[in-house]
Structures are given as C-alpha cells and as structure tokens.
Design a protein around this ligand. Structure first.
Ligand code: CTP
Ligand code: CA
Length: 227
C-alpha cells in the first residue's frame, strides 16, 4: 500500500486467535472441561482489532460477549477448534490462547448414560490433536509468527522452553496458573519466552497484558518485514 501503517499498528494483518476452554462430550448432556474463562484470549482479540488487524477469534464455550469488530467462530471440542482454525488460515499472526482439553472420551455415548445396574461407567480417554503444533509445523501456509501459551503450576520457564521447541512456535507466553486464581481471574503474570531469552512482565490486568502483547507482536512483525 501507499500509506505506511503507524508504528505498532497491525493494519492490513490477519490475526487468528484461539480462546477459552474446550468441552469434550461424555454423552449428550455431560462433558469434560477446564477452568479457562477466555478472558485473556478475548482481550487479545479486542486489542488486535483496536490495533487495526482483521481478527478471527475461534472461541470455545465462554460466557463472555464476542469482542466488537472481531469475527468470532464458536466451537465446543478440540477437534472442532482445529477445523475452524484451519479454515480461517492464512494468517499473518496466530495466537493460541485457548486451554484445549488434552484428552477426549474415546467413544462418547450417543444417548444419555444411565446409572441403572450400579456399575460405574468406564471412560477411556484419547489424546486430542495439538492445534498449535499442527499449525506451527505446517509445511505450507504457516502463519508468519506463531504464539503459544503455557499454563504451568511449576518450573514455568523451563517447561515453556520445552514447549517452544516441541511445538515449533516463535514465542511462548508462559503463565503460572498455580495458586492465585489466574484461570478465571482478572490478572496475569506472564513471561515471554523465545530462543533469545525471557522477558518477565509485572502482574497486570489481562486487558493490559493483551495490549502490551499486541504492541510487542506488531513490532516483531514490522522487524521481520524490515529485516
Ligand atoms: N494447545 C493446542 N492444542 C492442544 C493442547 C494445547 O493448541 N491440544 C496449545 C495451547 O493453546 C497453548 C499451548 O498449546 O498455546 C500449550 O498448552 P499447554 O496446555 O500449556 O501445553 P500442552 O502441550 O497441552 O502440555 P501439558 O498440558 O501437558 O503441560
Ligand atoms: Ca494441556
């Protein structure tokens, strides 16, 4: 284009974000879930839109409203989330903030399970696809910059470094979800982990983490383009 976007802006960029938990069905009325509220991912979507990006948000079940100016696609399970993410590509930047269920029930019942007979229902679990790793390892159509989150209760930085390498992403936003109610809460303490090192931010409201992260990523994209 003829008009250079303002510094820090994401104008002209397509940003793809996952947010919220996933629900993995056990039967038509029951599911496996986790404590993610979607607050951090939704705040990032809103901040990216405010920075001028076209934003696609693939959201698991949350009670939050769809962020203004963001195309929001609602899914329930991890497999639905992967399909929606792949359908939304290509993207310049992808941010995987969802707390995807690691396992699903192998054979979800098509009818409500009944307790008659007294026998306990056996639930066998199978691993869900890793959405972040799948997208980051795409031979074609990989987003230009891929960001993962790492929710940890111990060894936060070390585990984040392992995830950075294993999942093939460019940056891991690591947060300590032990103790103080980060999941579902309004504040977050994050460490930005890359191959170059670790940047630790103070505890901030999730909206502030979102706007700082978007500014940080806009700079990275601009630097990648310039370099
Ligand atoms: N993720 C994903 N798909 C999955 C599992 C995780 O896209 N099936 C993404 C999350 O959105 C996050 C990152 O991978 O960006 C790390 O998620 P996390 O749960 O911390 O890591 P896991 O690889 O699932 O490992 P574990 O839960 O065993 O620590
Ligand atoms: Ca996990």
């Amino acid at each position: 284009g003829d008009h250079a976007p303002a510094a820090g802006s994401l104008a002209g960029k397509h940003v793809l974000i996952t947010s919220g938990p996933t629900h993995e069905p056990i039967d038509p009325v029951r599911y496996i879930a986790n404590r993610s509220s979607g607050k951090q991912g939704h705040a990032i979507a809103a901040a990216a839109a405010a920075a001028g990006a076209r934003v696609t948000l693939v959201s698991g079940p949350v009670t939050l409203p769809d962020p203004a100016g963001v195309e929001t696609i609602h899914v329930e399970s991890a497999r639905q989330m992967l399909a929606a993410v792949e359908a939304a590509l290509p993207a310049d930047l992808a941010i995987f903030a969802a707390a995807v269920a690691d396992w699903r029930v192998a054979d979800a019942a098509s009818e409500k399970m009944k307790k008659d007979g007294g026998a306990l229902p056996p639930l066998s679990l199978v691993e869900n696809p890793d959405i972040l790793a799948t997208v980051a390892h795409r031979p074609n159509g990989r987003p230009g910059f891929v960001v993962g989150f790492a929710a940890e209760t111990q060894h936060v930085i070390d585990y984040a470094r392992v995830k950075l390498a294993k999942k093939g992403c460019d940056l891991i936003v690591a947060n300590d979800v032990g103790g103080t109610g980060v999941m579902g809460g309004d504040a977050n303490t994050v460490h930005l982990v890359t191959v170059d090192g670790v940047e630790t931010w103070p505890t901030l409201p999730k909206e502030e983490v979102a706007s700082r992260l978007v500014a940080h990523l806009a700079q990275k994209l601009a630097a990648a383009k310039a370099g």
